[in-house]
Design a protein around this ligand. Structure first.
Ligand code: UDP
Length: 255
């Protein structure tokens, strides 16, 4: 995470990634300020799997270190912060920030652009959010299935710039969304962008979020694993063990 003189927060180092020690309300106020400043700015969220990948993939690590704000999407990050003696106040998930920011955008008259997920899902997000926030200005949307070549990304970024959106939400999964934002942010002309993972599918109703009790118990990953075991087993089972190893190594190095 970028160091700012006026940073309102301590930034615990979780296995080489700096995570802001903010409550959800504080994170929203911080983003509100970023939107008002000369930008562009971007935020990201991390879970255990993303931290493990960032320890191998320098491009992802750089994208996280250069973000203006990184928060803990997964409960395991909060537990790790406690074990490492730099406790985070709470978990601040991508989907909660997304929903709060859309509400803030409707109040502040910031226009929004949705990039990512399948066509039906992203269209559903735009339609649903306009219904729930009648003053929301949707500058545009686009599905997240395009060729990852530079020229295609450039034309997607130019379409976003032409829409004159203030905020950009990118839901293309990790690390694609973080890398896409860090390479294309300037060209999009937005004030603020953020990677929001599977949020569009949750908001549009294409995927269901884990029950509250599982979210609170830090078991959201288990719920997702049970629903999509083939796609996710490697990410969670191998990723979670690798994360425990990274945390243990950091902890032992400090004792
Ligand atoms: N997705 C996309 N383009 C792709 C691959 C995936 O837009 O090339 C979308 C996918 O449709 C889903 C979203 O990325 O809506 C997030 O997927 P995932 O649940 O893996 O997110 P994560 O767990 O990484 O936050």
């Amino acid at each position: 995470m970028k160091r700012r003189e006026d940073a309102p927060v301590a930034t615990p180092d979780i296995c080489g990634v700096e995570v802001a020690n903010l409550t959800e309300d504080e994170a929203i106020s911080f983003i509100d300020r970023l939107v008002g400043e000369a930008g562009p700015h971007y935020a990201a969220v991390v879970n255990a799997a993303k931290i493990v990948v960032a320890n191998k993939d320098m491009a992802l690590k750089r994208a996280l270190l250069e973000a203006d704000l990184v928060t803990a999407d997964g409960m395991s990050i909060v537990w790790a912060s406690r074990l490492l003696g730099q406790p985070l106040k709470q978990r601040v998930t991508g989907i909660d920030l997304f929903e709060q920011l859309v509400g803030r955008a409707a109040e502040r008259d910031w226009s929004v652009y949705f990039l990512g997920a399948r066509e039906e899902s992203v269209r559903g997000v735009a339609e649903k959010l306009v219904k729930s926030h009648p003053t929301l200005r949707v500058a545009g949307w686009r599905n997240g299935y395009f060729d990852e070549s530079e020229s295609e990304s450039e034309s997607v970024a130019e379409a976003i710039a032409a829409s004159r959106a203030d905020l950009l939400f990118v839901a293309m999964g990790s690390p694609v969304q973080e890398l896409w934002i860090s390479s294309n942010l300037e060209r999009t002309g937005v004030r603020f962008a953020m990677g929001v993972g599977g949020s569009f599918d949750h908001v549009s109703g294409f995927a269901r979020r884990a029950p509250r009790w599982m979210q609170r118990a830090g078991l959201e990953w288990l719920y997702r694993l049970m629903r999509e075991p083939r796609r996710l087993w490697r990410r969670y089972l191998i990723g979670n063990s690798a994360f425990i190893w990274l945390v243990a190594r950091q902890r032992l190095g400090r004792v």
